[in-house]
Design a protein around this ligand. Sequence first.
Ligand SMILES: Cc1cc2nc3c(=O)[nH]c(=O)nc-3n(C[C@H](O)[C@H](O)[C@H](O)COP(=O)(O)OP(=O)(O)OC[C@H]3O[C@@H](n4cnc5c(N)ncnc54)[C@H](O)[C@@H]3O)c2cc1C
Length: 327
Amino acid sequence: MQTDVVIIGAGPVGLACAIEVQRSGLSCVTVDKGALVNSLTGYPTNMEFFSTPDLIEIGGHPLVSSRYKPIREEAIDYYRRVAENEELELLLYERVSDLSGEFGRFELVTDKRTIHCAAVVVATGFFDQPNMLNVPGEDLPKVTHYFREAFTYTGRDVCIIGAKNSAALAALQCHRRGARVTMVIRGPEVGPTVKYWIRPDLVNRIAEGSIKAHFSAQVTHIHEDRLEVNTPDGPIEIKNDVVLALTGYHPDYTFLNHLGVAIEDDETDTPSFDADTHETNREGVFIAGTVCGGRHTSRWFIENGRHHAALIATELSRRLEPLSESV
Ligand SMILES: Cc1cc2nc3c(=O)[nH]c(=O)nc-3n(C[C@H](O)[C@H](O)[C@H](O)COP(=O)(O)OP(=O)(O)OC[C@H]3O[C@@H](n4cnc5c(N)ncnc54)[C@H](O)[C@@H]3O)c2cc1C
């Protein structure tokens, strides 16, 4: 298979890149190891976006929502229709594993084929790689790093680890669906960056005691029926059926390494790239979307990450047109 550009990752930003690259006159294939907008399919089923519809639109296609802020299902269907209308060439359920060659003559290997291309855009996000607690018992089936649905926890002792947006929302929803919720929070308070319409609700539920919270605390051991927790007052044990470890995610550094993308020596392990063009240290390999922030996963999101697409497409059409003409 041959194309000018391969986009790795069919998330919102990968799709935005595919649209802009295609509009610049270059051919483009988008490869994803899962479904279209695979990360969004794994979000809580009743999730409402933080952004208003206009801020997560791509390619200038209007996202019509029945509400002030779109829900997960509306967004997924929107991106599906955009991909269809733009006639994007998609290879889904196909994992990219290797990249050899150089700018203008890359060989990109998936688990199904080899694609010959001139340039590559990496838009692989971070949602597949949870930050692990690294404590005994984390591999028990009752532990998950993804919250989908509160109803399954009715009547159960649920421990939520973390205190950012995902943890705060999960705690509130589980509490309102009849779970007994205890939060174990590493810091001294509910995350200050939790959205302003969610934070007071959680803080008040903790203050009235309907959601329990241990601050400056860490789970040290997960057992079938209980947790060991270190608190400022000493170690305690908590009765427990389910652990939602919502402690964030990080990019797949093994994969980035494999692609030859260097990681900056900074505290957020940011991939190395030129801020004007989004080209990485490896010539012809560009990077877009949330993966650009490294471990600082709230640096880029759809709202601002979608604008990487135009920067990359402009640079690619400037650099690739002369290459095609010279062939
Ligand atoms: C609960 C939640 C709510 C959010 N709400 C908002 C919001 O309201 N507004 C906003 O702007 N942002 C929001 N975000 C952030 C943003 O939606 C997501 O981070 C968004 O999905 C990022 O888009 P992306 O295209 O950069 O990456 P992703 O959507 O994560 O896409 C990456 C894709 O790459 C694929 N992939 C990874 N590795 C490979 C490989 N080796 N080969 C092939 N494919 C691969 C993955 O399967 C995935 O489909 C939210 C995030 C979460 C978790």
